[in-house]
Design a binder for this molecule. Sequence first.
Ligand SMILES: Nc1nc2c(ncn2[C@@H]2O[C@H](COP(=O)(O)OP(=O)(O)O)[C@@H](O)[C@H]2O)c(=O)[nH]1
Ligand SMILES: [Mg+2]
Length: 527
Amino acid sequence: MSSTAAAPLTLGTAGHIDHGKSALIAALTGRDTDRLPEERRRGISIELGYAPLELPSGRALSVIDVPGHERFVRTMVAGASGIDMYLLCVAADDGVMPQTREHVAVLRGLGVEHGVVAVTKADVGEPDLAAEEISELLPGAEAVAVSALRSTGIDELLAALERVAAELPGRAATHDGEAARLHVDRSFTLRGIGTVVTGTLWSGRLAAGDSVRILPRGLEARVRSVQVHDRSVESASAGQRVALNLAGVSWRELGRGDVLCAAGAEHEPTHHLDTRLAIESRAERPLERGTRVQVHHGTREAPGRAYPLEGEAIAPGASGMVQLRLESPLVPATGDRLIVRQIAPPDTLGGGIVLDPRPRRHGGGERVLRRLAALERGKAPSDEPSANGAAPQPRTAPAPPDPPALDDAAQRLAEILRTDGERPRADAELAEAAGLDPSGAHTRLGDLVRAGEAVRVARNLHFAPDPLASLESSIVALCERDGEATIAGVRDELGTSRRYAQALLEHLDATKVTRRLGDSHVLRRRR
Ligand SMILES: Nc1nc2c(ncn2[C@@H]2O[C@H](COP(=O)(O)OP(=O)(O)O)[C@@H](O)[C@H]2O)c(=O)[nH]1
Ligand SMILES: [Mg+2]
């Protein structure tokens, strides 16, 4: 794929302590990522390590080597957040261990679906046994047996990484046009140069001379120079790991967890977040109302409480809308991933996606759920401003053309649809009620659809948007509760007719909310 060949990608290691992650990265890149004297003395990784990795094709990956120790899972999450692919290391003589599972949960929560498993220390263990355990944990992932000590399997591993990388678009494809945002992982000072910060550029571009803001504190600085893997560049693009020399701030004023963004960007710190959270099936108990959790986003974390919005709790293995109320701020944007961990004993509960980064404090309720369901489908809510009164999130899609002007006949149709609510009459009866001939009604219904005043749900059937959204969220809730929805089930649950139930389910299939499997309809999993 030539169009993606040059897209920068980041690769993060994952796996239990002592499973040979750092040794393998050294074998692949020639770099020792355990730089701290304490890391050398104790022989374990404490901090995040960084190295460039050149694949046989010449494509460069930025490697982030994470610590495996249970006490440093939070560092692992900071390192893994924003990566494009994983390299999960499982030692052949040890097999799948607790932090193997927890790191896999973190990757899942962050939506990192692509990568390769290295069965390490193949010279001393039983790679086949370990590979079998891995296939249960990560079905379908490619596993390669390697020994960093004997340098065996390295070429096969590189080839597997190359294949995975070739399929990934990287953040540049989706986030290059947005305002610049970088989650800082280190800040230090260099003699004669001054403040340097490093991190992964999540979106946009950064160049020398740019003015930036550092959140949540709101410091202002200017980019003096930009480096990517020790080489000066004119500008860095989304998905690259960068080092910035900053003027106007001391290295002590910022550090891991801070968010550096373009001076004009709309990012703001927030204490409330509306999210969809998926709770790991290995979690010991449901996520209940008011559960105190640690929320990890970017390289930052904040304690807070979780408030499920669709019921009292979210069971292990299920997902639902949750408001997170934080004790210290995070700086997220719509669509970002985050991880939720249990505070004591520490464990990863699950992960989620940000639907509204700055909602007001609220409970559940139909209006709230409808608004969040619309945000989740990528639509701006039609009738409600963002809860705090702020403008909706900026979109990169081109603005739609101006809606057509609606004549009196169209207004009459819209009024009837609104009155009909969840049980609108068929188009033919609608035309008759509005005193229109079929072709006149057809033209006006088209205008209403383009103006966002009606939705065509089936041949001969239109709904007003609000009642339709409310029906849709009831069906989505039904799918979540039962794992699926059938025509008969929707008819009974909504107390409606078979005809409406079928039309609604087909509409949800067509708009890619659900997928049909035989007689039932299941939610599509969001990527
Ligand atoms: N026999 C053998 N030992 C290895 C291999 N790779 C790493 N080790 C040893 O395993 C220990 C842990 O390795 P390290 O890379 O620090 O593990 P990490 O905690 O996952 O980063 C060290 O003592 C390494 O020397 C290997 O391929 N074969
Ligand atoms: Mg290590």
